[in-house]
Design a protein around this ligand. Structure first.
Ligand code: NAD
Length: 248
């Protein structure tokens, strides 16, 4: 069974971690995949792995916060497979800073990659989706956008912005056939979390009702569900694969 066989998916930041797992999971469900990443070698590696597994994938480099790069990513998608019907806004960065030491440059970069990137990709992808009267957008937020994270004010603000964007866009486009939802993972074992301090990781694991972090595949399964027809009445929701850390 290939529940996503009709889909052409763009997954941003898919060269590593959660994005790579999402790209592979959507390919397993039959979607054709555009693997985007800042690092072309990483994107090519994941596209090659999908192809080796019998799926269809192409790699494209690009910075999601740059409007010209975003246009190029979706042009590449249209040329290779056709218009994007499933967008996963996953690209992200993390950096810790005490709030009183947080620089304007670090604030701007955090908001640019997460919030501006999600806006630019969604605005580009939604045009052909609205023309066809169908499409799916899944935005990767974070539970820190729901509860806030210490030394992560800029990250938390960007992720809360993504949740707000998701709800507002869902209200605007759902009746025209485009479903928009978000996923707010808890701590997941990827490079991004390995870059946070060991003290933070130890303390965090101790707090979790489940006692351990999630894996990228746990988030990928949630995205695959939201993309599938089984999620047809999920609109503007934020699902939480988070080891029980946040219960809403
Ligand atoms: P990761 O660092 O393993 O992978 C992120 C990927 O995004 C990298 O390949 C990187 O090159 C790419 N990227 C960064 N900036 C980009 C840009 N401007 N344009 C295109 N690609 C870019 O991180 P991850 O843990 O897999 O995180 C993926 C997403 O999940 C992020 O949005 C992150 O905020 C979110 N998230 C992660 C966790 C976690 O615990 N790992 C928890 C909640 C949310």
């Amino acid at each position: 069974m290939s529940p996503l066989a009709d889909h052409i998916a763009v997954v941003t930041g898919a060269g590593n971690g959660i994005g790579a797992a999402i790209a592979r999971r959507l390919a397993d469900a039959g979607a054709k995949i555009v693997v985007n990443d800042l690092q072309m070698a990483a994107a090519e590696r994941i596209a090659a792995a999908i192809t080796a597994d019998g799926g269809a994938a192409t790699a494209v480099a690009g910075d999601v916060s740059d409007p010209d790069d975003v246009s190029r990513i979706f042009r590449h998608c249209a040329e290779v497979f056709g218009d994007c019907s499933l967008l996963v806004n996953n690209a992200g960065i993390v950096q810790q800073s005490l709030f009183e030491e947080l620089s304007v440059e670090d604030w701007d970069r955090m908001i640019a990659v997460h919030l501006r990137g999600t806006f630019l990709c969604a605005r580009t992808a939604v045009v052909p989706m609205l023309q066809r009267g169908e499409g799916v957008i899944v935005n990767i937020a974070s539970q820190l956008g729901q509860i806030g994270g210490v030394e992560l004010v800029h990250y938390s603000a960007a992720k809360a912005g993504i949740i707000g964007l998701t709800k507002a866009l869902a209200r605007e486009v759902s009746k025209r056939g485009v479903r928009v939802n978000a996923v707010a993972p808890g701590p997941i074992n990827t490079e991004l979390v390995r870059n946070l301090s060991e003290d933070w990781r130890k303390a965090k694991a101790g707090e979790l009702p489940l006692g351990h972090f999630g894996e990228p595949e746990d988030v990928a399964d949630t995205v695959a569900f939201l993309a599938s027809p089984a999620a047809r009445i999920y609109v503007g929701q934020t699902l939480g694969p988070n080891s029980g850390d946040v219960m809403l």
